[in-house]
Structure formats: C-alpha cells, structure tokens
Design a binder for this molecule. Structure first.
Ligand code: PLP
Length: 440
C-alpha cells in the first residue's frame, strides 16, 4: 500500500527528516514518501498539503472511534498522572477492570487475558499457549491470512508477506480459504480439505488459527455454517480453535466480534486495534476457563516489560465503555446496511468492481481487470508509475477527491470509524466513484 499524497509536491522538512531517519514498513525504502498528518478530528484528518479527507479505512482498520475521542484521551491523561507505568507483577485498577470487561464482552467462557502491545504479540502468545496447553507443536492456518510480523506470527501468516521470512518457525501448515470469488474450491468444501489435512498430520496439530472474517486479505465472509463446523473439525482432531479478532473485533462487524457473527466461542481469541481504538498499543489474548485452569500448575513461560501497561489498559477500558454507552456496535450494524447499498451502487456503475463483500462497517471491494475471468490486478507487475499499482492510483485519486481508502491484495478495504454518518459515507463514496474511473 503506497502512501497517498499529491505527487507533484516536494516533501516538507519533517517529511524529509522522517524519510532519511525512519524505516518505512513493508517497503522498498527508495519508494517511501512519508506524508505528515497535521491534524485529525472525528472521521477526518488533514495532511501537510492541506488536504482534509474522510478516513474511510480508519487508518489501518483500527480507529473504531475515529480521531479525537475525548473519553479515551481523558482516560490516558488521567492514567499517566496516576501511575504511568508499573511492572507486570503489580496490578492497576485499569488492568484488572479491563481483564474483567474483556471476559464480559467476549463470548462464552473466555475468561482470562494475557496482555501485550500488538496484534502480532497477541498471536505469538496464542501460539505459545496452544502449544503449552496441548503439548503439540503444529499450527494450521490459511493462505489468505495475516497474523503479524514477528517470526511466529509471520510464519502462520498465509499471504505473500510471509515469503521473505521463510522458513520461519517450524510446525506451520497452510490450508485453503473460504474465498468463493477467487478460488475453485467451494468454501464449505475447503473445510473437508482441512479435516483431511488434520487427519493426515496424525492429529499432531495444536491449533487451527483463523480470522473469522478475513481482513487485509480481502474481507472474506464465510458461509454461516463454516466457523461452527471448523471448530468441530478442530476439536475432533484434538486441536484448539484460535480466532484472530485483531481487525474484525470491537464492533466492526456490527457485533462485538467476528466470532459472534457465527455464534462461535473459540478456545483462544486474540485482539488489538479496536481494543483501544488504536489510541494506545495494546494486544490481548483471552482463553477459556479450561485453558486458564491448566496454567494454575503449569508455568506460563511468557511475558513482556509492557504486559498490561496501565496507560494502554486505561485506553482500552475507556474505548470499550464508549462502544457500550454510545451503542456503537448496534450503530455499526445499522449504518453498515447503508454503506452496503452505496457500495452496491458503485459496483453497478464500475466494470472493474469484480466482487463486493462484508458485514457491518467491514467491507471490501475486489477489483478485476477482466470481469469474466475474474482476473485480479497484480501487485508490482501492474505498476503504473514509481511505487504505484493500479489500485494505488485508484486510492490516490479518491484521496485527491476527499477520501482515504486502504488497498491490500487487490481489494479496497472500507472500515470507517463506527461513528461515521450517512452524509460522510456519501462524501467518501463520491470520492471513490472518481477513483474507480481509473481502473475501469
Ligand atoms: N492479525 C490481524 C487479523 C491483523 O489484521 C493484523 C494487522 O493488521 C495483525 C494480526 C497484526 O497486528 P499488529 O499490526 O498490531 O501487530
């Protein structure tokens, strides 16, 4: 995903300093052209060229409350003045209350949380916990998935971001996806495949790790029966089900979690992003009673200096209270239907829209350069100018017209703050309408 900015203007002093001294993520460094954000309010932000745009993807699909949510800002300030940091061997009111709150809002008997600082670390902890608990080593995940950047989590990631880090950690296995548009395998048939894979592995798999609704790999929503059946299959083979809710969690789908959409309680659930609405870096790995009990007499050989950081926990608690008290989960479901209709309007008028998918305020628009053959635009081979693919040009045009939209793996990802209004959706859709004229 290339940064979006007006291409013909030179970098300012801050941007030049950043370019020289700070690594850009997932990038050829010669292609990184940082854009400075100078202000962010509600669903909009303003860059150094005075473009004010609607944040139609909530940055990296994480700003569920939008910018400048006062309750979270105040909670952070207050916690800093009370106790800015304590070691994880002490507790704080914020940490204890957030642990309890997560047990309340997550489904079923998910009960006890390990805190970390990112989605990546939440998944690292889940992998270790599953291995310690089952005494088995292997983790089965799917190809169209992203679970993080460190060695364990990148090894269970299925998308091409894993390739440069291979072979990674031992014991990772990849299975096919419930991807009806781009795969010859029916989503439910792909489950038979997983069943067979687990049997062929001789039931040596500790856990099956999935995003209940796949995020950056294209917003893939499986059929209703898929996740419940996957849990059964995993358990039949003595494997746990881990649901990675890093992107789908905290109201994005119109339910608290993606797992709730399918009425499934996983054995382990991982969270980050919307947990604090990204106001503080915080990851969480919550486990069921049974798994929690196991560690009463078996050591949890894991921890970080910043585990349960009080300021991050205070932000998490305030964010969750805001979701609850402002009814933002229900709101996401309602306004998500409006968003769906507007996206369908775009699909009707743009031949390069191949497929639209999603639930709530978590939606994807997959583009195609050949609708009959469902042929994707490639990534690097479709570059139209330095560092830029067709999808980058689509989003750059949309940005110039007033909406920031993330694009990943041939899909435009729409995940605005849960506070977005119908008028703001209309504005962003009009900008995207201009953008899509580039790919038609
Ligand atoms: N899991 C999922 C589903 C994600 O989308 C991401 C990040 O986008 C991660 C894990 C990694 O989270 P982080 O970038 O906070 O480490």
């Amino acid at each position: 995903m290339a940064p979006q900015e007006s291409s013909d203007q030179a970098l300012n002093q801050i941007e030049q300093m950043d370019q020289k001294h700070v690594f850009g993520t997932w990038s050829y460094q010669s292609e990184v052209e940082p854009t400075q954000i100078v202000e962010a309010n509600g669903v909009r932000f303003t860059d150094s060229r005075e473009n004010t745009v609607i944040d139609f993807s909530g940055q990296l699909m994480c700003l569920n409350l939008g910018h400048s949510a006062e309750r979270v800002e105040d909670a952070v300030t207050q916690q800093v003045s009370e106790a800015e940091y304590v070691s994880p061997s002490y507790t704080t009111e914020a940490r204890a209350k957030l642990g309890k709150k997560l047990a309340d809002v997550t489904p079923g008997n998910l009960t006890k949380t390990f805190f970390s600082t990112s989605g990546t670390e939440a998944n690292e902890a889940a992998i270790k916990i599953a291995r310690f608990y089952t005494g088995k080593e292997k983790i089965l995940s799917r190809y169209r998935s992203y679970h993080g950047a460190t060695y364990g989590s990148i090894s269970v990631t299925g998308d091409p971001r894993r390739l440069a880090s291979e072979p990674g950690i031992p014991g990772t296995i990849k299975a096919p996806d419930p991807y009806a548009y781009g795969s010859t395998l029916d989503p439910m048939e792909s489950l038979d495949y997983i069943d067979e894979m687990l049997a062929l592995e001789g039931d040596t798999v500790a856990a099956v790790l999935v995003e209940p609704i796949v995020g950056s790999n294209g917003i893939l929503v499986p059929p209703d029966e898929y996740l419940p059946r996957l849990k059964e299959i995993a358990h039949d083979h003595g494997a746990l089900l881990i649901c990675d809710e890093v992107m789908a969690g905290f109201g994005r789908t119109g339910e608290w979690f993606g797992s709730d959409v399918f009425d499934v309680t996983p054995d382990i659930m991982t969270m980050a992003k919307g947990l604090t609405s990204a106001y503080q870096p915080l990851g969480a790995t919550i486990v069921t009673d049974e798994i929690a009990d196991h560690f009463e007499d078996n050591m949890l050989t894991h921890g970080h200096t910043y585990a349960g950081h009080p300021v991050a926990c205070a932000a998490g608690l305030a964010a969750i209270k805001t979701y609850e008290e402002e009814n933002l989960i229900e709101r996401a479901a309602d306004i998500g239907r409006y968003l769906e209709d507007r996206i369908e309007d775009l699909a009707d008028s743009h031949p390069s829209v191949g497929d639209t998918r999603g639930v709530g305020l978590f939606r994807g628009i997959e583009l195609t350069q050949h609708p009959e053959r469902r042929e994707p635009f490639g990534e690097r081979e479709d570059k139209v100018s330095k560092g830029s693919t067709v999808l980058d040009e689509v989003t750059a045009t949309a940005y110039d017209e007033g909406a920031y939209v993330a694009n990943m793996i041939n899909t435009l990802i729409i995940a605005p703050p849960l506070t977005i209004t119908e008028d703001e959706i209309d504005e962003a859709i009009a900008a995207l309408d201009s953008g899509l004229s580039v790919s038609d």
